[in-house]
Design a protein around this ligand. Structure first.
Ligand code: URA
Length: 230
């Protein structure tokens, strides 16, 4: 990769600052002053800025506010996929979605190229709760709360105890589930006789969706957010 890309991946500096530093001979690669910003380097090269080592940052962790209409996939023949939304600067990290949201579901979706992070979050053993805001076609009833709490049996799996909250309007509820089976929230709502007409994930474990992200926007997790999840 280009030297300026190596540095911008790994240090909080703009491309123009980096180019200036390279021009001022502040950057060395394997002990030799770097000749230009487009000088080709590898992840394993020893890049130093003013004598200080800049280790290459391999992994990236992105929070996306997923819009409806996109598949949680890296590619698809027919439909747009969340990877299409990645800004140019992060494309080369080759991220993938951590778990899945349905095509029509919005909200918090993490993207990373770190397989271990993905596995740790998705492993059913970890029982990381996922919180959703759901709009239903019919009002939820107080008795439904217990049905969620008891866990639900389906032909292909038994859902662990879940949480149904009805904070006000009974057609606008919050649901927390421990797993992430295919269409799980929709299927649990069907089992209490309601259809989900709008679904948005708002939280994964302790990590909340940054509501300042408009649908389709993403940003890197802050170090504190990353720590919350690991
Ligand atoms: N449950 C669903 O039914 N759909 C989602 O997208 C996520 C959880």
């Amino acid at each position: 990769m280009r030297l300026d890309k190596f540095i911008s991946d790994s240090a909080a500096l703009s491309r123009s600052e980096i180019r200036k530093l390279i021009r001022y001979r502040a950057v060395t690669v394997n002990g030799t002053v770097a000749p230009s910003a487009d000088f080709q380097v590898r992840e394993t090269d020893e890049v130093k800025l003013n004598g200080k080592l800049i280790p290459y940052r391999k992994f990236i962790y992105l929070m996306l506010n997923k819009p409806a209409g996109y598949l949680s996939a890296t590619e698809d023949k027919h439909d747009p996929v969340v990877i299409d939304l990645i800004p140019e600067e992060w494309k080369h990290f080759k991220v993938f979605p951590v778990g899945r949201l349905d095509k029509d579901t919005e909200g918090l979706l993490l993207l990373t190229n770190d397989g271990q992070f993905d596995h740790a979050l998705m492993s059913p053993k970890k029982k990381i709760m996922k919180r959703y805001y759901a709009e239903l076609d019919r009002p939820a009833e107080p008795g439904d709360i217990e049905k969620f709490r008891a866990g639900m049996k389906f032909q292909d799996f038994t859902a662990q105890p879940a949480v149904l909250e009805i904070p006000g309007d009974p057609k606008k509820v919050f649901i927390e589930i421990a797993e992430g089976k295919f269409h799980q929230v929709k299927r649990m709502c069907q089992q209490i006789g309601k259809e989900v007409i709008y679904l948005k994930r708002v939280k994964i474990g302790p990590l909340s969706l940054d509501e300042s992200l408009t649908p389709g926007e993403m940003r890197e997790l802050t170090p504190a957010e990353y720590q919350l999840l690991t």
